[in-house]
Design a protein around this ligand. Structure first.
Ligand code: AMP
Ligand code: MG
Length: 425
């Protein structure tokens, strides 16, 4: 009886220890982000800025468009002349000039006259309305107007796009083609963007070979080397592949030493409690200040985070899906913060769950799901087996269903939160 009690005590103690060393996803994220700081900036041409994050606010130094101009190919005229125009009683106006875009008329438009005008040409003095060419008929030296228009119709006002002094792009905005165009319109050919972090990636494990390496029965291809590299690239950061280290401390140390020259270091696998899990030990030897080790999540519970000489270091779990999802939750926002982005997280939507999900309480679950949009509603189904080595259900997924720590199940028909990984639905 005493022996049983003793064993029970040890069991409870180890369970408590286990739970207490784990921190929540939110705590982990807070701790990580408080150790991450934006990198410096560099000047690049606006086309090279595509996909980068702007490091300065940009302002317009003049109105765009600079002058009131025609929104149509047609006739510039005076509203009072054509108020009564109709199909039966068209108004005849004398055409005194042909005005292409890029030229200013030197004439002042009097009553009873019109100027043929092209889209984008500045509105001549005296004109206040443009009638599209489709509502008119040309007759030598004059034009018949078949339809009235409102005062000022078909005129684009000076500054209607951007006013002088407006801020057109803000620091932290990601540059897309529209931003490139806007920077060009305000006369910026070069712009300051945040530097892209260099991210060193090391995969560890005796069982691993590179994609073209020599396979045998027990070897597996190091897919994490490629998913992690792709994830880094997808964020807009620059990957540095350190290759594969065997489960030998010296080999891991040699590679990690190269890695800490980068801005951020990621290692995959060897971070759990296995007999050959040396990554944490080597990281500590290299001076890592360990911030935490385990996170109450699934997949992806073993995750070491710390800093070496102030640089962030992530020891990600080895299972392919754990590694990807840990990257998604922690490394991606870190890289985006280093790149000065103000939007660090994926969009989260509410979707109606199509099937029941069961889980144990205590950890946040990230379940691979497929989101669809039907009749104004998002729906989500799981993409099959959820084991942390099942990459194919990640391939099918466009979102991660997030089931909170305290919840034990989610019923079919219930609304759940989903992080959208992409918009392919
Ligand atoms: P570990 O964290 O070292 O215990 O590895 C956990 C699991 O992930 C094992 O089944 C490994 O074979 C697998 N694994 C580790 N590294 C990789 C990798 N680079 N690519 C694919 N699978 C991996
Ligand atoms: Mg291993």
């Amino acid at each position: 009886m005493r022996k049983f009690f003793f064993i029970l005590c040890i069991f409870i103690k180890s369970v408590l220890c286990y739970i207490l060393t784990m921190i929540t996803v939110d705590e982990a994220l807070n701790k990580i982000l408080s150790n991450i700081h934006p990198l410096g900036s560099e000047k690049v041409s606006i086309l090279e800025a595509l996909g980068r994050v702007i490091a300065e606010d940009s302002y317009a130094h003049r109105n765009i468009p600079p002058l009131d101009n025609s929104a149509m190919d047609g006739y510039a005229l005076r509203f009072e002349d054509i108020q009564e125009a109709s199909q039966e009683y068209p108004v005849r106006l004398e055409v005194i000039e042909d005005l292409p875009a890029g030229f200013i008329s030197k004439k002042k438009l009097e009553r009873g006259k019109a100027i043929r005008i092209m889209t984008g040409a500045p509105i001549p003095e005296g004109a206040d309305t443009v009638i599209p060419v489709e509502e008119t008929k040309k007759e030598d030296g004059s034009v018949l107007i078949f339809k009235a228009a409102g005062l000022g119709e078909n005129i684009r006002r000076s500054g209607e796009d951007v006013k002088k002094g407006d801020r057109v792009i803000s620091r932290g905005d990601r540059v897309r083609p529209a931003e490139v165009g806007m920077l060009a319109s305000v006369g910026r050919s070069f712009v300051s963007v945040y530097q892209r972090p260099l991210v060193a990636i090391l995969c560890t494990g005796d069982e691993l070979v590179d994609v073209d390496g020599q396979l045998d029965e027990v070897k597996i291809i190091s897919s994490n080397s490629y998913t992690l590299t792709a994830q880094v690239m997808d964020c807009g950061a620059i990957p540095v592949q350190l290759g594969i280290a065997r489960d030998h401390k010296d080999e891991i140390e040699e590679k990690l030493r190269q890695g800490i020259r980068a801005d951020l270091l990621i290692s995959s696998a060897g971070v759990s409690v296995g007999d050959y899990d040396f990554v944490k030990e080597v990281m500590k030897k290299l001076g890592m200040e360990m911030v935490f080790w385990k996170v109450a999540m699934r997949p992806g519970q073993p995750l070491a985070f710390g800093t070496i000489a102030g640089k962030p270091v992530f020891g990600l779990p080895g299972n392919p899906v754990s590694s990807m999802i840990s990257f998604e939750q922690f490394v991606r926002p870190s890289l985006l913060k280093m790149m000065g982005c103000h939007q660090l997280f994926r969009p989260v939507i509410e979707a109606i769950l199509r099937e029941e999900i069961r889980k144990r309480p205590g950890r946040r679950f990230f379940i691979r799901g497929s989101v669809s949009f039907e009749k104004g509603q998002y729906f989500v189904t799981t993409t099959g087996e959820q084991g942390s080595g099942i990459l194919k259900s990640m391939v099918k997924a466009n979102g991660l269903i997030v089931i909170p720590e305290d919840q034990e199940s989610a019923r079919a028909g219930e609304k759940v939160r989903v992080q959208l990984l992409d918009r392919n639905f």
